[in-house]
Each structure stands twice: as structure tokens, then as C-alpha cells.
Design a protein around this ligand. Structure first.
Ligand code: GAP
Length: 510
């Protein structure tokens, strides 16, 4: 499936089956803003719950908060967002499209990497078992040429970003002959910085309105509450504060569906540690977070780390967990060692002491912070994209099935009486009433059983229970499994235990 087909299919399926709607669609929508529909909100809530349980309930030393979106404007001065939360943008004068200059360069570098990998794969096939990858990369003339081009461009790119040298960033785009994907021309404007924060006014004119911002990350709500939580929770370092909430960024580059939105949700955790121990904890959280992604049951090779070359001014280590979307490996989570930058800065700007007295060391210090920050919407998109399967069945028919990890599926169980008469419908309603306390169930009696199975496949329901005339005689039902489409006969009394076992977070989190 090409990138374009993928986006088209996922967007169409999301709308048809009630996962995602474009925001204010009746007014032709709002760019890069989306609504979660009846099935989408269930999947989203399940993802959030799975993260919350794994971070807050599974750790004795992590607690959660829910801070306000609006914060005192000085917060964003202290955090550096007012002065430095910018993206370097460049416009193509012919298509009038705006791009992130750094993303254009990163994509160009990935293309060179792909060329190297293709050469290596071809050679590996040619030489078979005797193939020495390292030797080939360092000696094959074509690969050496690609590699040297890659290294020199990358070095110049990193230097331009580090020095905020926008003129050279533009020159690189010109030198690499990067063309606009829409117009195909290289008619570029200069690169300019755009601040990504949305601002609004708080208070009325008479009481001197002040500019406040919609938070661009949830993390600052945690930093400013560090002392409150530490004191009221009697937390001892190392400890963490977790939060799930909305964040807002005026992203110029749209057209990426849920990947890059203007209003999105983050699940962040700040882990407060002793200065000097942050890199040990950074490694710990890197491993833990990758394990969490793997626990979803999606193949491990779909995830990889991307180590940052250019560190933000406050970080001394940073890594992304990337997921392989049909449009390439892309970031879904960032893990950053943020040093004491944020707490020290809030200490300075607020004039309040933000420190921890460490009884073991008998000294006070500003704690260092390791942050894990994952996007709810990107996780949702990665799961939806991976789960979407078009299958040709043995009887020649086709089905679209969402193979969503069962514990995250919007509807867990569909109850389907074979016909809506002879008492089967009544029994169906009774089964629904008995199981509704444990699972999000759906009762459906319309259309043929085949059509009803397809409808449940399309929203990713892992189990369907069919009630037929035998049920009235022997109290057994047919349970049908979404992924294999196999069926078995079980006693009604056993449904709950059988399904609970397969859906329990415990099974996945352990
Ligand atoms: N507090 C650190 C922080 O905000 P980030 O890398 O800018 O770091 C963390 O964002 C995560 O938030 C990303 O890995 C991504 O999953 C998600 N995210 C960021 N911008 C987003 C956007 N415009 N749309 C959807 N998700 C976004």
C-alpha cells in the first residue's frame, strides 16, 4: 500500500466506523484538528488507562496529577517556550506550501540511508553467508561515496541547527537540490522561525487583560507542582509524577492526520532523581518504555530508538521511540534527561526555593529530571494503522478487520442472537445485562450473522457470542475469535472467565 493509499483508507475507515471525525466537518473542517467518535474514544480511553496503570499503579514511587491547561504566563518564560519554542519554516513560492526546513533535510538524509541499505541488501543476497556487512560498507566504492556525502551533509545540518544558522539551513536545502513535493520546483523563501504556542487573553480589558498561552506540553504543570506533590505525598527521591492531558501547538505542517495535530494529548511522567544519577535512570526508563510498547503485542521490529544528535539546551541525553508507520519510522515517544533546567528556572523566576532535602546525603539540592513523554494520538494512530488489515478469505470473499490488541479494543464482546425471535433475542439481552458490568458489550440483532461478524471485525471486536436454538436447550453459545475466525462452543456461564482472562491488563503488563 502506498503512503497515499494508506492515509486515504485509514481516514475513510475511521470515519465510516466511528473512530475519527474531522473537527467541525459541517463547516468543511478545521485543519489538523480531529474529533474522537464513539469507537475512537473507547480505544483512546483504553490506551490512556493502560498507560496510567502501567506508570502509576505499577510503581510504588509514581503518583498522578491533572493540572490545568492555563498556567501563569511566567511559566512559559521560565520554561524557555516564549523565546525558543520555534520551528524553522520555509515556503515554496510556487505551491505556496510551508514546510519545516529541518524535516525536509531529515527526509533527504533518510533517502541516502535507504540507498546505502539497498546496496547492502543486494550484496548480502549476492554473497550469501560469507557476506561481511561492515567490510562491504567501508570498501564498496558506491557505498563509500554515499556514506561520505551523508556524513558531510549531516555534519553541516547539525551545525546549522546548533548555531541556529537559518541562512545555512536554507543553503543546504538549495545545495541538496530539494524540491517541493507539490510544485516540484526549488523556488524557496528564506528560512524563518515560528513560535508554536497559541495565545489568548485572560481577564477583561478593564482589569488589564494579560496574554496567556494554551500549554504546548503537559510537563510544566508537573514541574510547578513538584513541591506540592513531594510534600503532600511525602515522596522520597527517586519518585515520579505522571499526567495525561491536552497540549496545543500551532503546527504549520498539516495533512498528517493524527500524527501532527494542533490540539493533541500527551501522557508524560517526570522522574525526579539525585543529580549525577540521571543517566542511570535515563537508561532505566528507555528500557522500561520500550518494554511497554512491546507489551501491546505489535511485532518488536516495528519499534526502534532514535538517538538525538542535537540536544535541546536543557537536556544531557535524549532518545525517541519510533514506530514504523507506512510512511516510515516516526517518533511516538520521547525520553529526555532534562537535568535540573526546569526546576532551577522556576526557582529563579518564582523566587521560591524548589529543592529536596536528601536525608541519606544530609544535603539539599534541585532534583534532576528524566522525562518520558508519549503522544496519545500518535499511539492511537500507530495501533489503528497496524491493526488495519484487508484479508482475502478462503471462500473468495474479503474482509476488513482491525486487529487491535484485545485489551484495548473499543468493544470487547458482541452478543448476536441468530434470529430476533423464538426467545433468542430475550436471552441475548439477558447475556448483555449479565456481562455489561465487566466488558463494553454490544448487542446486535440486525442483518445476517455474516454481516454482523463483518461489522464487528471492522471495529476490532475480539469476541462475538452467537446465541442459537441449541442455546435454549443446552445453555451453550458459539464464541467466535476475530483474528482466526475460529469458533467454539462454550457454556454461557464460562463466557466471563474465558474473556476476562484474555483481556486482563495483568496478562499484558506482567
Ligand atoms: N515534554 C516533552 C515534549 O513535549 P515532544 O517530543 O515535543 O516532547 C512528546 O512531544 C510527544 O508528544 C511526541 O513524541 C508525540 O507523540 C506527541 N506530539 C508532539 N507534538 C504532537 C502533535 N503536533 N500532534 C500529535 N502528537 C504530538
Amino acid at each position: 500500500m502506498t503512503q497515499e493509499e494508506f492515509f486515504k483508507k485509514i481516514i475513510a475507515h475511521s470515519k465510516e466506523y466511528g473512530f475519527i471525525f474531522q473537527s467541525s466537518e459541517i463547516y468543511d473542517g478545521l485543519s489538523a484538528v480531529y474529533d474522537y467518535a464513539q469507537n475512537g474514544v473507547e480505544l483512546k480511553n483504553n490506551i490512556k488507562q493502560y498507560w496510567w496503570k502501567s506508570m502509576v499503579y505499577m510503581h510504588e514511587n509514581i503518583v498522578g496529577i491533572d493540572s490545568a491547561i492555563f498556567m501563569h504566563p511566567t511559566t512559559w518564560k521560565a520554561s524557555g517556550h516564549v523565546d525558543a519554542f520555534n520551528d524553522p519554516m520555509i515556503d515554496n513560492k510556487d505551491s505556496k506550501k510551508r514546510y519545516r526546513a529541518d524535516v525536509l533535510m531529515e527526509e533527504y538524509l533518510v533517502k541516502i540511508e535507504d540507498k546505502i541499505e539497498k546496496e547492502v541488501e543486494k550484496a548480502a543476497k549476492r554473497f550469501g553467508e560469507t557476506f561481511d556487512r561492515e567490510m562491504y560498507i567501508s570498501t564498496n566504492p558506491r557505498v563509500v561515496e554515499y556514506k561520505s556525502k551523508y556524513d558531510s551533509i549531516k555534519e553541516r545540518f547539525v551545525t546549522a541547527l546548533t548555531n541556529n544558522d537559518l541562512a545555512d539551513l536554507k543553503q543546504l536545502i538549495v545545495d541538496c537540490e530539494i524540491a517541493c513535493p507539490i510544485s516540484g520546483t526549488r523556488n524557496w523563501t528564506d528560512v524563518r522561525q515560528f513560535n508554536l504556542m497559541f495565545s489568548t487573553q485572560m481577564g477583561s480589558l478593564s482589569e488589564e487583560a494579560s496574554t496567556i498561552y494554551l500549554r504546548p506540553e503537559t510537563a510544566q504543570g508537573i514541574f510547578v507542582n513538584y513541591l506540592n506533590v513531594q510534600k503532600t505525598g511525602r515522596m522520597k527521591i527517586p519518585f515520579g509524577i505522571a499526567q495525561i492531558g491536552k497540549a496545543f501547538r500551532n503546527e504549520i505542517v498539516a495533512r498528517q492526520f493524527l500524527f501532527r495535530m494542533k490540539e493533541f494529548e500527551q501522557m508524560e511522567m517526570q522522574f525526579f532523581v539525585r543529580p549525577g544519577e540521571e543517566l542511570k535512570w535515563f537508561e532505566y526508563w528507555k528500557a522500561e518504555r520500550l518494554k511497554w510498547h512491546h507489551s501491546l503485542g505489535i511485532p518488536k521490529e516495528k519499534y526502534k530508538f532514535y538517538i538525538h544528535d542535537k540536544l535541546a539546551h536543557y537536556a544531557n541525553a535524549a532518545v525517541d521511540i519510533e514506530f514504523e508507520f507506512p510512511f516510515g519510522f516516526k517518533e511516538i515517544e520521547g525520553i529526555h534527561s532534562r537535568t535540573d533546567f526546569d526546576l532551577s528556572s522556576h526557582q529563579k523566576f518564582s523566587g521560591k526555593k524548589i529543592q529536596y532535602f536528601d536525608p541519606e546525603l544530609n544535603e539539599s539540592y534541585v532534583p534532576y529530571v528524566v522525562e518520558t513523554s508519549i503522544g496519545v494520538d500518535r499511539t492511537f494512530f500507530s495501533i489503528l494503522g497496524y491493526a488495519y488489515n484487508e484479508e482475502k478469505l478462503e471462500d473468495g470473499t474479503e474482509r476488513v478487520v482491525l486487529k487491535i490488541p484485545p485489551m484495548l479494543a473499543p468493544v470487547k464482546l458482541a452478543i448476536l442472537p441468530l434470529v430476533n425471535k423464538d426467545g433468542l433475542d430475550e436471552l441475548g439481552h439477558k447475556v448483555f445485562s449479565d456481562l455489561k458490568y465487566d466488558f463494553n458489550c454490544q448487542y446486535d440483532e440486525k442483518d445476517s450473522i455474516g454481516k454482523r461478524y463483518r461489522r464487528q471485525d471492522a471495529i476490532g471486536t475480539p469476541f462475538c457470542i452467537t446465541i442459537d436454538h441449541d442455546t435454549l436447550k443446552d445453555n451453550t453459545v458459539t464464541i467466535r475469535y476475530r483474528d482466526t475466525m475460529t469458533q467454539e462452543r462454550i457454556n454461557i456461564e464460562k463466557i466471563k472467565d474465558l474473556i476476562s482472562d484474555k483481556l486482563s491488563f495483568k496478562t499484558f503488563l506482567k
